[in-house]
Write a protein that binds this ligand. Structure first.
Ligand code: AMP
Ligand code: TRP
Length: 339
């Protein structure tokens, strides 16, 4: 069923696997806040700790990273009153629906996921079963709330198509229209922020080079240094988008500038066109520091009171269960599981 018949509801998640980057901020967090502030949808945001453990996580670090990610959400502007903010493992309905979807999804579908192929690599025999089934749990995260819209970066597009396939197969197999066909929301200039060292690679917390990314916890000096050393080409910046063709590093830095300053790309190019990188990079560094420093400062402040963070997450989990529990009840009934 299309989403029209359902309450407008946004769901998205980020893994608490440590080290949030500028890519996570521009591709995900910043947009989560915009969708909350627009007030057109209910907004539910989740720290997906059950997804994080599909690869090894040190237990003490996982707990720390979960609280730090909660602090990042709040520091970026997620208001735990207006949005529901919680960690996945406190809401057992995710795992309950995840199991049912393990029985709906097909092995072949999972095997075709590029993220699975990238993460498991040549050593698939030794990857966890959870890593293989990851997208079925992701579909459950979304559909256990009948979410209609999911804001994510470009890299999650395939997983969201699979979520629609799972909803459609469930609806078809059980002769129902219970689950919506959720719409991905992949919009803006920063849906794929690239590495500062290689314009053909995504900026990622797992890149071995720390110089390839800006971390949300980097201080002003580190941010300025990484931008100063970012790879570029020798030409000055162009004044039109077509001339960015074949210049992935230039395009990436200009996109970051546009996203941070909340301007359209043509407006930015009109401003910076003709400038050499030696002039543009300090402008970008100043802007990045001005936008990111208040967030990292606020994160550090929030992390001084982790008991308060835990209270926020527990309260969020309670509210999330209020939405998810009736959907699980009805799903069990449809499947014929006696309660
Ligand atoms: P992850 O850290 O993999 O859990 O990703 C959390 C969110 O950030 C997802 O919506 C991703 O699509 C988004 N994201 C991660 N890296 C980038 C990037 N380099 N550019 C844009 N979005 C990203
Ligand atoms: N797979 C997403 C990522 O790696 C995280 C995620 C898990 C997610 N469940 C989700 C994102 C549900 C959106 C909706 O970035």
């Amino acid at each position: 069923m299309t989403t029209a018949a359902f309450t407008p509801r946004v769901f998205s998640g980020i893994q608490p696997s440590g080290g949030l980057t500028l890519g996570n901020y521009l591709g995900a967090l910043k947009r989560f806040v915009e969708m909350q502030d627009a007030g057109t949808h209910e907004t539910i945001y989740c720290l997906v700790d059950l997804h994080a453990i599909t690869v090894w996580q040190d237990p003490a670090k996982l707990a720390h990273n979960t609280r730090e990610l909660a602090a990042a959400f709040i520091a970026c502007g997620i208001d735990p009153e207006r949005s529901i903010l919680f960690n996945q493992s406190q809401v057992p309905e995710h795992a309950q629906l995840g199991w049912i979807f393990n029985c709906v999804a097909r092995m072949g579908w999972m095997g075709r996921m590029t993220q699975w192929k990238d993460k498991a690599g040549k050593n698939a025999e030794n990857a966890s079963l959870g890593l293989f089934g990851y997208p079925a749990l992701m579909a459950a995260d979304i559909l256990v709330y009948h979410a209609t819209h999911v804001p994510v970066g470009e890299d999650q597009k395939q997983h969201l198509e699979l979520t629609r396939d799972i909803a459609a197969k469930f609806n078809h197999d059980y002769g129902t229209d219970f689950f919506p066909l959720t719409e991905p929301v992949i919009e803006g200039v920063a849906t794929r922020v690239m590495s500062l060292r290689d314009g053909s690679k995504k900026m990622s917390k797992s890149d071995p080079s720390d110089m390839s990314r800006i971390n949300m916890t980097d201080n002003a000096d580190a941010i300025a240094q990484k931008i100063r050393k970012a790879r570029t080409d020798p030409e000055p910046l162009p004044d039109n988008e077509a001339a960015l063709e074949g210049r992935p590093e230039a395009r990436n830095l200009v996109n970051i500038y546009a996203a941070l300053s909340e301007q359209e790309l043509p407006t930015v190019l009109a401003e910076v066109g003709g400038k050499p990188f030696s002039e543009f990079k300090p402008m970008l560094a100043d802007l990045a520091v001005a936008k990111l420093s208040p967030i990292s400062g606020e994160m550090a402040r929030l992390m001084k009171d982790t008991a308060e963070i835990d209270r926020i997450l527990s309260r969020g989990a309670e509210r999330a269960r209020g939405v998810a529990a009736p959907i699980i009840d009805r799903t069990y009934e449809i499947v014929g599981l006696v309660r």
